[in-house]
Design a protein around this ligand. Sequence first.
Ligand SMILES: Nc1ncnc2c1ncn2[C@@H]1O[C@H](COP(=O)(O)OP(=O)(O)OP(=O)(O)O)[C@@H](O)[C@H]1O
Ligand SMILES: O=P(O)(O)OC[C@H]1O[C@H](OP(=O)(O)OP(=O)(O)O)[C@H](O)[C@@H]1O
Ligand SMILES: [Mg+2]
Length: 295
Amino acid sequence: MPVAIFVRVTTLRIAVPNKGSLSVPSEQLLTAAGYRVHRGNRELMIDDARNDVQFFFLRPRDIALYVGSGTLDAGLTGRDLLLDADTGAEEILALGYSESTFRFAARPGAIADLRDLDGRRVATSYPGLVEKHLAEHGVQVKLVRLEGAVETSVQLGIADAVADVVETGTSLRNSGLAVFGEPILKSEAVLIRRPAAELTEESLAAIERLRRRLKGVLIARQYVMIDYDCPVEVQQAACALTPGIESPTVSPLAREGWVAVRSLVPRERAPFVMDELWEVGARAILVTPLESSRL
Ligand SMILES: Nc1ncnc2c1ncn2[C@@H]1O[C@H](COP(=O)(O)OP(=O)(O)OP(=O)(O)O)[C@@H](O)[C@H]1O
Ligand SMILES: O=P(O)(O)OC[C@H]1O[C@H](OP(=O)(O)OP(=O)(O)O)[C@H](O)[C@@H]1O
Ligand SMILES: [Mg+2]
């Protein structure tokens, strides 16, 4: 007797980093955006039926491959990994974490300029990115491909220079290396999707919804809501300090000659804006964090 197997067809299949520095902040961001993405038991896939999304937990380095080939619709990865894989997947939103630069480094004084690399051995885990950059500058090197701990390769004598991720610079310093030349790239976590031409209208709309949700959380993290009361005479000066993203909301107060103002201010500016508002005569100044937004 034939057995009917019910397979749910999801609108969106999304790749999420399963380890490394992208993994925890990616899960936190998706959770804050209302997705069920927490892996209680090292699951390889989570079916978030309520949002009509399936999440696949993959190595960060492989994510651009899955998305570029159309196996998955969207994913979270690093810009450097996306460009290294060069699969046709498109960056559609910068996510603001796992920030780094990608740079050349060598023993101090050994190599000063990109052109000095000609004919030398360069170690990297990002061969695609490095080859493309060097080709654009007409420089030919012997690439040494490594999985990680790239900085150690010069000390161990298998390379003359490295091209690697730099954040604080501690790894380079500990290996007795110094950067040279211009940064190859500024990287951070990014949301990527299949080339738009390959997506159905329904999938495109679902990815746009995902993008808007993630952006809403990022904006909520960057801004706080500020509320204050002020005399009508200083309203203009106060509003100039809190212009908001579009325009502040001004409402009349029961107290004659006073208004209440509500606006968004960048989180790190909030204490300074509060001081300045007080100086112009605003009172009852309150700051509240945002959980999410849709602007
Ligand atoms: N120290 C770091 N600071 C900021 N971003 C980093 C750092 N190391 C790696 N990244 C970024 O994290 C992303 C993922 O890189 P990768 O897969 O190498 O993860 P990882 O955090 O280095 O973990 P692992 O080395 O265990 O694989 C890349 O976009 C890379 O630029
Ligand atoms: O400038 P820093 O703050 O030192 O950070 C940069 C280092 O961090 C990452 O290394 P990771 O620990 O992931 O090891 P890996 O090189 O083996 O990936 C990256 O590959 C660099 O080596
Ligand atoms: Mg690493």
